[in-house]
Design a protein around this ligand. Structure first.
Ligand code: SF4
Length: 264
């Protein structure tokens, strides 16, 4: 019996399927439980602090002290989060976790002056139907620049990619440009990734051609997912990313066997 395709596609699902169709199936379609990721939880914490810094404070008040207050608030809220609790951090580990998040938040100030930010929205959920595909994404921040043009900003808490992988990492942000074009009637003139760890900013200027190209690539990924579902054919794709995969024990590349597909 064929697998049911996911209801919608997001930038993270596009990269998950592209990186390894089998891992995509086990995570997105089968929804097998995965252990909480400390990196993802820390990312949520840092995002919440930066969102609060920009959205809750006027230009002129977006100081490191204000960012620390926002981080403190987000940290308290995170205490009851099941993902955070699942990390089961000791007191010392929790302190180190929070201190590292604070370093990332402070690194943000090396990348831009928050008082110069004119944000149209933060944590902006966009969803649109393009042909047979429902595309959705959450934009960390949508800005208006001095010329009145839109700029998409995405915070990253991992390391910046090497030049070799830079283009593929920008792919996800180009999907945000596509979402803006479809929903707001115009694409941003710039997409910017702020890598807080390094810290370094990578930016690109989407053109009508790159947005059209992204629409084509995303539709092709959606078709490939539908095809894999109907043929029940999700192949493993071995790569250096395998060492971070939660499904090695079920992967034929590592001597395992995936669970059977949907039963009649
Ligand atoms: S171990 Fe590698 S090849 Fe196997 S499912 Fe995970 S990512 Fe894919």
């Amino acid at each position: 019996m064929p697998f049911a395709p996911p209801r919608s596609l997001s930038p993270s699902k596009v990269s998950a399927f592209t990186e390894c169709p089998l891992a995509f199936r086990l995570s997105v379609i089968d929804r097998l439980p995965e252990p909480p990721s400390g990196a993802a939880v820390k990312g949520t914490l840092v995002h919440a602090a930066l969102e609060g810094l920009i959205w809750n404070h006027r230009p002129g008040q977006r100081t490191r002290r204000a960012a620390d207050d926002e981080l403190e608030w987000a940290w308290r809220a995170m205490g009851s989060d099941p993902e955070f609790q699942g990390l089961a951090l000791s007191e010392t580990e929790a302190e180190a976790f929070k201190a590292d998040a604070k370093t990332l938040v402070h690194n943000y100030f090396d990348l831009e002056d928050p008082d110069g930010v004119d944000a149209v929205g933060v944590e902006l959920g966009l969803e649109v139907q393009i042909g047979p595909m429902r595309l959705r994404g959450i934009i960390d921040r949508l800005d208006r620049n001095a010329e009145g043009d839109l700029v998409v900003v995405d915070y990253k808490t991992g390391r910046a990619p090497s030049a070799r992988y830079e283009h593929s990492r920008l792919g996800g942000v180009h999907i945000y440009a596509l979402l803006c074009r479809e929903l707001l009637g115009r694409a941003p003139t710039e997409v910017r990734l702020l890598y807080l760890r390094d810290p370094v900013a990578i930016s690109a200027a989407p053109s009508a051609q790159t947005v059209r190209g992204q629409a084509g690539r995303t539709t092709a990924v959606w078709s490939a997912i539908e095809r894999a579902c109907s043929r029940e054919d999700f192949r493993p794709r071995r790569s250096p990313l395998c060492r971070f995969c939660n499904f090695q024990a079920m992967c034929p590349e590592f001597g395992g066997q995936p669970p059977p597909g949907p039963q009649v």
